[in-house]
Design a binder for this molecule. Structure first.
Ligand code: G3P
Length: 226
């Protein structure tokens, strides 16, 4: 399993990147607004994220266009910012059409706001490089977000979508809208390819009270050795 950071905060991205386990970044309009981002700085901000994480880490930048022509134009502008930009597009008819066009031009798409198996299969068929089922938001409406991601992982695993994605790459499932380290555990057990996590969850993934207690007792005992 790979870990992406779900944030637009440059300090969080730089810190997480320094830990050595970061494989990508996902952003969305809400995350950019949350850090006080402004429209006129959006492209520079995405470029800066790409510089911080380096060319091997995909960085998802979302279009807010709602029609395929505008989505494709916006997607091309976003993809031109850096080689590792992935265009994030919502799962909807216009989004599927735009994804096919962008994929045919070699531009990677992360199809987001995915909540069902049929949506995920359509995303894969349209050429999406990544599909992002949301866990927390599905739980929020009293559905089972984890079960839905598991179904999507199983369903996509039944087929080979390499011919439909950019450069013959296999589509990967990004478990998104993750709210806890336990969500990450469950996604890893079911074989989700990627978990995109907020920085707060990433920090919780590292720590455990017994680890902290163990470090403390080792340090105390080492004092006796001196
Ligand atoms: O990448 C988008 C997704 O992770 C959003 O999460 O917490 O806003 O449902 P959340």
């Amino acid at each position: 399993m790979k870990f992406f950071l779900d944030t637009a905060d440059l300090d969080e991205i730089a810190e997480a990147a320094s830990w050595g386990a970061l494989a990508g970044v996902t952003t969305n309009p809400t995350l950019y607004a949350r850090i006080g981002g402004k429209l006129e700085h959006f492209h520079d901000h995405i470029k800066r994220i790409c510089e911080i994480v380096g060319p091997d880490c995909p960085v998802s930048a979302e279009t807010v266009a709602m029609e395929r022509k505008e989505m494709v134009e916006d997607g091309k502008r976003l993809a031109a910012l850096a080689p590792n930009v992935v265009v994030k597009i919502p799962t909807m008819v216009e989004g599927l059409a735009a994804t096919r066009e962008l994929a045919d031009e070699g531009i990677r798409v992360n199809m987001t706001l995915c909540f069902t198996v049929p949506q995920a299969i359509l995303a894969a068929r349209s050429g999406a490089r990544y599909v992002s089922p949301f866990i927390g938001r599905f739980d929020d409406i009293s559905e089972d977000g984890i079960a839905q991601v598991e179904d999507i992982v199983d369903a996509l695993g039944n087929y080979d979508f390499r011919e439909n994605t950019v450069n013959g790459e296999q589509i990967e499932v990004i478990a998104a809208s993750i709210r806890s380290a336990n969500h990450v555990t469950q996604c890893a057990l079911m074989g989700a390819d990627i978990a995109t996590v907020p920085f707060g969850v990433l920090k919780k993934m590292v720590s455990h009270p017994l680890t902290e207690k163990g470090i403390e007792s080792f340090l105390n005992d080492w004092e006796k050795v001196k």
